[in-house]
Ligand binder design. Structure first.
Ligand SMILES: O=C(O)c1ccccc1NCC(=O)[C@H](O)[C@H](O)COP(=O)(O)O
Length: 216
């Protein structure tokens, strides 16, 4: 099994080119106004057109209403919605049916109880994304470059396809893959020089580390 890689929070052509050249399997665009990675619809459409057919396009939203999802869906035709808020299993199922897009559901983790919450989503989401729980007082629920305790995933079913995120970097990604056996890995801050500023060389190094890691 080869591990898939996602580069999240892409805002520029250069960053997207680095991700596509490095054979990223997924590219993520953030639609959440308080984020330094937030994209307007016109920019997202241009980037999605560049990515289409080369990587799976992921639109990240946080507790978005149907009108917002509809606008994003029509503008960029994402392969996946990444739901990164407090969406219930019922809401996830509703979004999947209404918009006909696959779903990545983010599960914020600080304790084993948090990780166990994923079970409720396995039938409605196509992929679970385990991410570090945001620090208290944070203005966004992800993208803080924080690692969580990967051993908390040990109790999670091996049959559950999941993506690992939270503080991954070119330096720790191989250890993370060995520790968790994640089917896919996701990075944002770890390939940036400042919040929202992607670095092509860090993207290249991250993807190279994923693609050349020894599996097992
Ligand atoms: O990136 C953001 O600004 C963001 C805003 C709102 C919700 C989620 C957000 N990011 C999530 C991600 O980019 C990834 O899915 C993941 O959490 C990786 O983050 P990082 O720890 O920065 O690598």
């Amino acid at each position: 099994m080869t591990t898939e890689a996602k580069i999240c929070g892409i805002k520029t052509r250069d960053a997207l080119t680095a991700a596509l050249d490095g054979h990223a399997d997924y590219v993520g665009f953030v639609f959440f106004a308080p984020s330094p990675r937030h994209l307007d619809i016109a920019t997202a459409r241009r980037l999605a057109d560049q990515a289409r057919g080369k990587a799976k396009i992921v639109a990240l939203t946080v507790d978005a209403d149907d009108a917002t999802l509809d606008e994003i869906s029509n503008a960029i035709a994402p392969d996946f919605f990444q739901l990164h808020g407090h969406e219930t299993p019922e809401r996830v199922a509703g979004v999947k049916t209404k918009f006909g897009r696959k779903i990545i559901k983010a599960i914020p983790v600080r304790t084993s109880k948090d990780a166990a919450r994923a079970e409720a989503y396995t039938k409605v989401a196509d992929l679970i994304l385990f991410d570090a729980k945001a620090p208290s007082g944070a203005t966004r629920p992800g993208g803080h470059g924080q690692v969580f305790d990967w051993t908390l995933l040990d109790a999670v079913s091996r049959d559950m396809p999941f993506m690992l995120s939270g503080g991954l970097t070119p330096g720790n990604i191989q250890e993370a893959m060995q520790a968790t056996h994640a089917q896919a890995v996701d990075v944002s801050s770890g390939v940036e020089t400042a919040p929202g500023v992607k670095d092509a060389e860090l993207i290249r190094r991250f993807l190279h580390a994923v693609k050349t890691a020894k599996q097992g």
